[in-house]
Write a protein that binds this ligand. Sequence first.
Ligand code: ADP
Ligand code: MG
Length: 658
Amino acid sequence: IKVTREEILASRKSLPAYRVRSQLLQVIRDNQVVVVIGETGSGKTTQLGQFLYEDGFCDDGFMVGCTQPRRVAAMSVAARVAMEMDVQLGDKVGYSIRFEDKTSPATKIKFMTDGILLRETLLDKMLDKYSCIIIDEAHERTLNTDVLLGIFKELLSRRRDLKLIITSATMNANKFSQFFGDAPQFTIPGRTFPVEIIYTRHPVSDYVESAVTQAAKIHLSTPISSGDILIFMTGQEDIEATCSGLREKLLDVYTKKNSHNDNNEPNDIEIIPIYSSLPADVQNKIFMLMNGKRKVVVATNIAETSLTVDGVKYVIDCGYAKLKVYNPQIGLDSLRITPISFASANQRSGRAGRTGPGVAYRLYTEDSAYEDMYLETIPEIQRTNLSNTLLLLKSFGVDDVMKFPFIDPPPRKTIMTSLFELWTIGALDNLGFLTKLGTLMASFPLQPSLSKILLISAQSGCSEEILTIVAMLSVPQVFYRPKERKEESDQARSRFFVPESDHLTLLNVYSQWKANAYSFHWCRRNFLQYKSLQRAHDIRRQLSRVMVKKNIPILSSGSDWDTVRKCICSGYAQQAAKLSGLSKYVHLKTGMELQLHPTSALFGAGDLPPYIVYHELLLTSKEYINVVTSVDPFWLVEYGILFYNVKRRVEETDEFDV
Ligand code: ADP
Ligand code: MG
């Protein structure tokens, strides 16, 4: 459906933000920092940049930058704004996310993840290109947003002409004002409708199943025109399960109803999954109007505030989210499915009341809500490993990270363990200063373990292989496992297995794809995600460019797999484990019990290797480790993982030279 320019302008003008355009611009002109508060959907993200552009903030070669906590939001919003401004995406309006830059010299309004802006501040400490930065969705309090706020606190006094706009949903706004010396708050007036909240009477044992039941019930008992359904789940796995469960359930009902004819398709419904690794075109479906069909969007908490789905009347909230959790006692980072906070639960329910009164079904009891939920989500900075952030801050010139102005300081213990980790890995010297290795590590947009492996690989002559492995670890799942063809796809996957290593398995997949001329059809036949592989190819190219720029040699080991595995081992100091019994592993440092994930190439192998390192720890009902490589215990000794040999390790760091 083609939308006319008049229609676009009309929909812009109907947004609450548009109605206060001139007052808002005035406050921005009069103040260096403004906190803008508005309900989700009021037009903060899509309109603010355009207002500034129209008001001349992009004259004289300046840009307006707008950060987003999520990649998906950065891409989607940039596309929307380009469309509203009637320009090509990547031209006047562009976006930049890790490993994907869709901007050009002509770009005036640039959407980017908060991580990208953080990296930009390393290269250009004054952010000279920008006249104004919008830190959007600040209430989400992602790690990178928090660090940016700290950096801005100091930067603003050095660049008096730079404007900072912090936008936030209705919570937390005071905190931001206070942090910037009582910066003024501008509230976009807006109206929301009442939402009836319905808790379950009994605890729910399987939230996917109850969500499916609830959604089907709504769909079958209310007219389609009454409104769409938005379901909150935790991630790709339960989202896909909900989507297929709902499809099956409805198909079942329709088949029973229409057993006398063949028209059994549930074609009055459009079920749309949304999570970060889905391609953009699929995600954009959530904004499409479905003629006569009911939309059911099944999303992660991205739909809490980042993306506004219009027309939702029913919200179903599973009550959980996947959160990164760090335990500084044992120095481990993991993804954990955790109860959401009250603030999140209310944001989720609120999505039902944007265009009219709505209903929110909470798949948990009222009692459990009061028992299990915090009032607000704990900011990421207080529950995550900080080694990556501290490495960046150090290379930004912040020597004493304890003195950095954090809006909410992380636990001292986390700072200490993260610094210790950086030292263990050789990025810091005994006095806490960046080593040569550490400085080089910071120039790669990668987590420290991966940049370390990459740099070590240049020394040990296998950077050709490690480049591929690191690139493959930076993309979503490459193996495709359709529900209807599980066995076939598992067989296809196992043909790529390198029995001692998932890292090498990934390398093998990539090499074979390359040998088959990067073919799409070959991927199809082998149950591989073509898009993920393409992306790995692209990321590999970008990483090699950084290597070339930094004069780091790209060398092949010539199939010397031991060298490659040894190099992999060097990066995972905190992630080494030892076999205990026949099939269990225990974490070397903490003794925590770990299970091999069933998708690992090592899973189910007869003789499991006595020592391994792993890339990923997943906490569900069990502690699963995934992407695992068997290692020689002597390597662990050599890298100071099995026993610390301080003197030796430091010498190694000092000698580091590539
Ligand atoms: P806020 O940032 O205040 O939450 P937004 O600026 O994101 O609000 O959204 C304003 C309006 O623009 C909403 O009605 C939203 O649905 C719409 N919108 C945003 N992105 C798109 C898109 N890609 N396609 C269509 N409509 C969109
Ligand atoms: Mg927004």
